[in-house]
Design a protein around this ligand. Structure first.
Ligand code: ADP
Ligand code: MG
Length: 322
């Protein structure tokens, strides 16, 4: 039973790479780290009902399980190479595994990432993916390193995924003329795009970087703690999608953009003299980029409203075990 599922996954995810000496099928994978590179590794787990709603399409789960991990490599400025997959399934559901592998492989192959091993067990639907990537020695982006006076920027738009989750929880009327806008937001929730080329382009440019998985306030807050600084952001500058602005009032859209999780955009700081170059580089890659604020002395993240008042930001995003 388990063997058939593993063989199915192996067949559906093939990605030849010279640095994979031994992939799926033995007791361990054997991998060759290229000379002169450092290895960046990360692991994230998705649990049904916690990280995705029951009923999410298998292909979307497969995509997202990998995407959230690739987003961590993007935030480090690493180039992805290999992944391990630990799959816990309630039953040997071939249709689910086929769908899952299809979504996983679609994203993996677009980054030439090889699935080199894993584990398959029975239990409540839970997916852990570990990813491995390369970064030139000493060049990994970290959360530490932001300096007073640096600009704070984000890629893409903020709040879409949280709004997508909200939209999913509403009962949808099929004939609704705004169904297409909801589809866009739900797509941002289920099929996030890891910002790998942007992350790589930020190596040697950004002073600190984090990916936004738990909401802008929480994740920029991590940069502040690690760097020993504070940050000020302007609500009026937050990039928000046309779909978010069309479907939600200003207060809700702002709440989603500041505190909503699951966007998997990058938030990073850049010294003022490199700002224009960085914006041009990311734009050339087709990656939207917006300056939203600055690094200041002190601690924590402050948000200035459109009328210049400081907002009370007592809900710092999604806190696990809160
Ligand atoms: P072992 O009992 O030695 O750990 P397994 O039967 O768990 O071996 O796995 C056999 C092979 O299949 C190993 O190479 C393992 O890495 C791979 N494998 C198992 N499950 C998965 C999975 N979900 N995705 C990718 N590879 C897997
Ligand atoms: Mg095993």
């Amino acid at each position: 039973m388990e063997f058939d599922l593993i063989e199915l996954i192996r067949q559906r995810t093939t990605q030849p790479r010279d640095d994979v000496r031994l992939g799926i099928g033995d007791d361990a994978a054997v991998l060759a780290v290229p000379a002169g590179q450092e290895l960046a590794v990360a692991i994230d787990t998705l649990v049904e009902g916690v990280h995705f709603p029951p009923g999410t399409a298998a292909a979307d789960i497969g995509w997202k399980a990998l995407a959230v991990n690739l987003s961590d490599l993007a935030a480090m400025g690493a180039n992805p190479a290999w992944a391990l997959l630990a799959l816990t399934l309630p039953s040997a559901d071939v249709a689910f595994v086929e769908g899952f592998a299809e979504g996983f492989a679609k994203l993996a192959q677009s980054h030439r990432l090889a699935l080199v091993g894993g584990d398959t067990t029975r239990g409540p639907l839970t997916i852990s993916v570990a990813v491995h990537g390369f970064v030139p020695p000493g060049k990994a982006l970290t959360r530490a390193g932001a300096r007073v006076g640096d600009a704070v920027l984000v890629t893409g738009t903020l709040g879409d995924a949280a709004a997508g989750l909200h939209a999913l929880q509403q009962s949808l009327d099929d004939g609704d003329s705004r169904a297409g806008l909801r589809e866009f937001l739900i797509g941002r929730l289920n099929l996030p795009t890891p910002r790998l080329s942007a992350g790589a382009a930020l190596r040697g440019q950004a002073s600190a970087c984090v990916d936004i998985s738990d909401g802008l306030l929480a994740d920029l807050g991590h940069i502040c703690v690690a760097s020993g600084v504070g940050a000020e952001i302007d609500a009026a500058l937050l990039p928000r999608s046309p779909a978010l602005m069309a479907l939600y009032d200003e207060a809700s859209a702002l709440q989603f953009a500041l505190s909503g999780g699951d966007d998997y955009e990058l938030c990073f700081s850049v010294p003022a003299q490199r700002l224009a170059d960085v914006q041009a580089d990311l734009s050339r890659l087709g990656c939207g980029v917006t300056k939203i604020g600055r690094i200041v002395e002190g601690a924590g993240v402050r948000v200035r409203s459109t009328d210049g008042e400081w907002l009370a930001t007592d809900r710092p995003g999604w806190e696990h075990f809160a």
